[in-house]
Design a protein around this ligand. Structure first.
Ligand code: AMP
Length: 281
């Protein structure tokens, strides 16, 4: 497995693979990989002949007061995990390789980027769409793999692919969790011992919501209430949002119909964590 830093090297390698008729999968990441990322790579390896993992902390998706500088990075550890999972190439560019000094082109989206995380992170999805569009153009994969963990991001990418006619299949992968239920995330490393114990409240609260739905509840407000009530029991938790939305449009809904996304964002201390589940029609 190779680690390359330039767009030219990725293009050359992918071109050679495509000349042999090989199918190429892409797994976009911000690095500091864990088993969640590995599950995407493993799925990509199953479905493709070659797999590229991008490992890039994308500055344009961070707000001015967010954790760009402190975001954890460890390319050697990442390379080991990628190799273990069966990836063929890591694309690990410097920001200057991706963004020229006079860079000024962005992919923006209305509608489904405005709610949920878009409320507290108003420029986030513009950065995500722009970097993913660039990665799609650089790697030209047949398929690209994204985690359900970032459910709004997944909906946004699907919409971008549809609206801009990228000829790329988007594959959604389930959330990988710690043993106690906490969704794996690179940001979990910010949590101290006490906060780590408190963070389990996210999955516990979602499980209460899920149980209520399974018992037949149809009202989004009631599902939100039961989740909020559980979250409020944890003194270290500060709720950013609890929302019940249509999984494709990210529009809030009142009654549980169609594919429904139940999503939450909660600060545990200073760390903002997200989690969700989907109710399929
Ligand atoms: P990130 O490095 O956090 O930008 O994540 C890169 C990709 O890995 C995204 O598609 C995420 O949704 C996915 N991912 C992150 N954490 C998990 C997890 N716990 N389970 C499944 N996928 C995940």
């Amino acid at each position: 497995m190779k680690v390359v830093k330039t767009i030219a090297e990725v293009r050359e390698q992918v071109k050679a693979w495509k000349a042999e008729g090989l199918r190429v999968g892409l797994v976009p990441t911000m690095g500091f990989l864990h088993e969640g990322h590995q599950s995407l790579i493993i799925k990509a390896v199953e479905e493709n002949d070659r797999v590229v993992v991008s490992d890039f902390v994308n500055p344009t998706q961070f707000g001015p007061k967010e954790d760009l500088a402190s975001y954890p990075r460890d390319i050697e550890h990442d390379a080991k995990l990628c190799e273990e999972a069966g990836a063929d190439l890591i694309f690990h560019p410097e920001p200057e390789e991706m963004y020229a000094q006079d860079y000024c082109t962005f992919v923006d989206m209305d509608g489904l980027t405005k709610g949920l995380c878009g409320k507290t992170r108003p420029t986030h999805f513009r950065g995500v769409c722009s970097v993913v569009a660039k990665l799609f153009n650089i790697v030209t994969p047949d398929s690209a793999y994204f985690g359900q963990k970032d459910a709004q991001q997944l909906a946004v990418i699907r919409r971008m692919v549809r609206d801009l006619n990228f000829d790329i299949r988007i594959v959604a992968c389930p959330i990988i969790r710690e043993e106690d239920g906490l969704a794996k995330s690179s940001r979990n490393t910010y949590l101290n011992t006490e906060e780590r114990a408190a963070a389990v409240v996210l999955s516990r609260a979602l499980n209460k919501g899920k149980a209520l739905i399974e018992s037949g509840e149809q009202s989004a407000a009631k599902v939100k209430d039961v989740i909020m009530e559980e979250l409020c029991k944890e003194p270290l938790a500060r709720v950013d949002y609890v929302e019940v939305v249509d999984a494709d449009s990210i529009e809030p809904i009142k009654e549980l119909k169609g594919n429904v996304l139940v999503a939450i964002a909660v600060y545990i201390g200073k760390t903002r964590l997200i989690d969700n589940f989907i109710v399929e029609e």
